[in-house]
Design a binder for this molecule. Sequence first.
Ligand code: COA
Length: 419
Amino acid sequence: MAGVRTPFARAGTVLKNLTAIELGKLCVAELVQRTNLEGRLVEAVVYGTVVPSVIAPNIAREVSLLPMLPKGCEAYTVGRACASANQAITDAADQIALGHHDVVIAGGAESLSNVPILHSRAMSEKLVRFSRAKGPAQQLRAVGSIRPRDLVPVTPAIAEPSTGETMGQSAEKMAKINHISREEQDQFALRSHRLASVGTEDGRLVAEMTPVYVPPRYDVVLTADNGVRTDTSIERLRSLKPVFDKQYGTVTAGNSSPLTDGASAVLLMSEERAKTLDYAPLAFIRSYAYAALDPGEQLLMAPVLAAPLALQRAGLTLAHMDLIEMHEAFAAQVLSNLAGFESRAWAERAGFAEPVGEVDRSRLNVMGGSIAIGHPFGATGARILTTLTNELVRRGGQFGLLTVCAAGGMGHAMVIERA
Ligand SMILES: CC(C)(COP(=O)(O)OP(=O)(O)OC[C@H]1O[C@@H](n2cnc3c(N)ncnc32)[C@H](O)[C@@H]1OP(=O)(O)O)[C@@H](O)C(=O)NCCC(=O)NCCS
């Protein structure tokens, strides 16, 4: 298992002219080169994205058509909201475990700078009427029926289709239910930026990235995440206004993950094929689990249900984990999830007698997380797995746990073991 990603960039900034497909291709091409892999050996590409292109919805296939990969490499796109890259990875691992494939690339990409803007239903109907019109008179009638309100674009919201609640509102709700203070959230956000700054400066994070030469002139090169704020402070974070509940809220732009562009990819191989090809594996996937709860409840709490299951399937406990990587959608969510790990009530909901336990903070997100690094929805899962694996190897640890919360009230957890 080995991974590469693009640097992550805040949406609307330096990567805004690249599509998710282009970002994914850059990343997968670099992965193949870095791992010195003969492209013809790749049998499948499994890729995730959350806001797909209307024109090319199977991003995996477009990415797999890279010149160094064989055209016979099958490819499919998966969607599990913010855990889409995780879904791609577990699908790839399952295919290998089933003996269907030996070499698979998995990951995901997102360009939140390129979210499709749609027409309203009424406007779409009028446009169709115009395109089918027989002659200028009918065309004029179709154009004449367009009203200013028809021109209002429909943009996808980061909201639950079932409840209408946005992610940010969910984070606010979780902060209130779990008594997470504004100060605790800001301190956690500061920690994320500080640790990501260290990981960037000492080169550990940068080593996981492929530099991106930015089209059309290719005179700008992005070599590190541009959302990491080396200069942020607790005073600055405290001064930011709440976004999702302006009157009583605690969730701000500072303690939320930002909208981000980027891509990631990991290489997975069967143990036998790795041996035959003389590759030294970095880590093994020991177990994984998915869980879900009612999205109208605490939307981002399902990692608390998935983690004990993944640990049980691995035959291990939290105490065995040398490192823990938890996706940081919001500081309020991370702190709620950590409280959930310690709660007997949540353990019972997950079907366990004992809680997962208290996470040793010195083992958690040791190079920061999505609040500082950014969160291109479809790409985050493979970023987290790559960092967890590399850091586990660097520290000589044995086991690592990762968790990701996702829209729809879903959660993912995976346990890996250093090879
Ligand atoms: C929270 C959110 C609405 C903020 O969007 P935004 O207003 O465009 O954010 P910005 O980056 O412009 O930040 C707003 C301000 O806060 C400041 N700020 C943000 N983070 C900061 C930090 N760590 N330190 C200091 N200042 C910070 C910015 O500099 C900016 O200040 P300015 O207005 O003076 O320029 C957006 O990031 C969001 O929707 N995030 C959640 C995404 C989500 O739901 N993800 C799903 C999770 S699974």
